[in-house]
Design a binder for this molecule. Structure first.
Ligand SMILES: NC(=O)c1ccc[n+]([C@@H]2O[C@H](COP(=O)([O-])OP(=O)(O)OC[C@H]3O[C@@H](n4cnc5c(N)ncnc54)[C@H](OP(=O)(O)O)[C@@H]3O)[C@@H](O)[C@H]2O)c1
Length: 293
């Protein structure tokens, strides 16, 4: 099996370049080797490698900046996945793509399922939804994995930011009225490997069905709860911290360019049933990740 992996330097891409290894030859490319903003070059790369599987974690992920870089966000998050889907179809490959909780508006009061209506409230979410739709309108065989609140022991993310701030400041104010499930990039990559393995077998048996799945940790918290847990685990690990208090605030007191959904919770039931998996709780995964910090 030949697996073409984009965005190999990102949080999820870096982990995927490791977890996909036992499944075949992984051709891991970064932005300088495969720029998703250069659609023609992207086509050429797929044609050159003729992969059996394309895994695409590369994305424009700057949620606030996307508000003023709409065109670029749509080029990378919508047009490029559409091109990958077209090329995958031509070579007979299947495409694994990632999307986000931000395709929803967050007004539902229970976790979102894959059947729920999408209605993104920011440009990033709109561009990611357009990417999903581009793939669905073109690809024969695809899996779209929607995830949320991604962190890792490397890269820039909420975990790394809180660890830095907790070492520098005595008090922090963190948004407490947005809920979701923090998800470790490694969990996404390991789950993807299971999904890819089962997909290979199902395709061989002519039993594969394309689909959208929610892939997050289980359980839920707020950004405030997430920050509190990070600090609690860091203390258990004897980290030297200045922080004395983390105050909960409403999102309205932390103005940012892009609006975020209040409810980012997504049900993982479909993924668990289809692939025989049990998603770990977010705090359990966080604790394991933080052992690497
Ligand atoms: N991060 C989150 O909280 C979150 C939440 C929900 C869904 N997701 C989705 O999950 C997937 C993985 O996200 P992540 O957290 O791993 O993101 P990330 O850490 O920001 O990594 C994104 C990767 O995409 C690459 N990239 C950006 N523009 C590119 C371009 N024009 N050409 C080629 N590569 C480009 C980046 O390359 P450089 O290193 O060169 O910049 C980086 O390797 C994405 O589809 C994202 O939309 C993420």
């Amino acid at each position: 099996m030949k697996i073409l992996l984009t965005g190999a330097t990102g949080q999820v891409g870096w982990e995927l370049s490791r977890t996909l290894m036992p499944l075949g030859e992984v051709i891991a490319v970064n932005r300088s080797q495969a720029d998703l903003a250069d659609l023609q070059a992207l086509r050429t790369i797929v044609k050159r490698h003729k992969p059996d599987i394309i895994v695409n974690p590369a994305a424009y992920t700057a949620v606030d900046k996307a508000e003023t870089e709409r065109e670029l966000a749509f080029l990378i998050n919508a047009e490029a996945p559409g091109v990958l889907a077209e090329e995958a179809k031509k070579t007979g490959a299947f495409l694994v793509h990632y999307s986000t909780d931000y395709v929803f508006d967050g007004t539902k009061t229970t976790p979102y399922t894959e059947e729920d209506k999408t209605n993104p409230v920011n440009v990033y979410g709109q561009s990611k939804l357009a990417g999903e739709q581009a793939i669905q309108s073109v690809a024969d065989d695809y899996i779209i994995l929607r995830t949320s609140w991604v962190y890792a022991s490397r890269g820039s993310n909420f975990l790394k930011t809180i660890m830095r701030l907790a070492g520098e400041r005595e008090e922090l104010k963190i948004v407490a009225d947005q809920t979701g499930s923090p998800t470790w990039a490694r969990l996404i990559a390991e789950t993807t490997a299971h999904v890819v393995r089962q997909t290979i077998l199902e395709r061989q048996a002519d039993k594969f069905k394309s689909g959208v799945y929610h892939l997050t940790s289980s359980g839920e918290t707020s950004w405030h709860g997430f920050a509190q847990k990070i600090v609690a685990i860091a203390r258990e690990q004897q980290a030297e911290l200045k922080i004395k208090a983390i105050h909960p605030i409403p999102a309205i007191e932390y103005p940012v360019p892009a609006k975020r959904p209040e409810n980012s919770r997504m049900s993982v039931q479909r993924l668990e049933q289809q692939f025989g998996l049990t998603m770990p709780s977010w705090d359990n995964a966080l604790s394991l990740c933080m052992q690497e910090l």
